[in-house]
Design a protein. Sequence first.
Length: 95
Amino acid sequence: MPKPSPSLRSVLIGALAFVFAACAAAAEGARKSFQLPIGDAAVTLKLFSEQSGEQIVFPVDAVRGVQTNAVNGDLFAREALDRAVAGTELRVVQD
C-alpha cells in the first residue's frame, strides 16, 4: 500500500484520531512504568500498548512519520499517551 502524500496525511491525521479503548475504571487504575523513546508513532504507539496493557486503535499509515515524545516514569496510561503525542498533530480520543 503506498504511503499517503504529505497533504493527504495531514488531512487523515486531522480527521482521524486514536481510540483509547479502556473503561473508566481502567483509566483510574494503577500507575505503570513507561519507557517510551522519541520515535515514529507507528512504532512508539505499539510500545505504549505493550507497556500499558491497553488496546489502542490507530491508522498505521496515517501516523507513520509523526515523531512522538519520549515518556519515562510511573504514570497512568492516559497520562503517558497524552505526553507522548503532546505537540504533534495526533489526538487521543477515549471510546
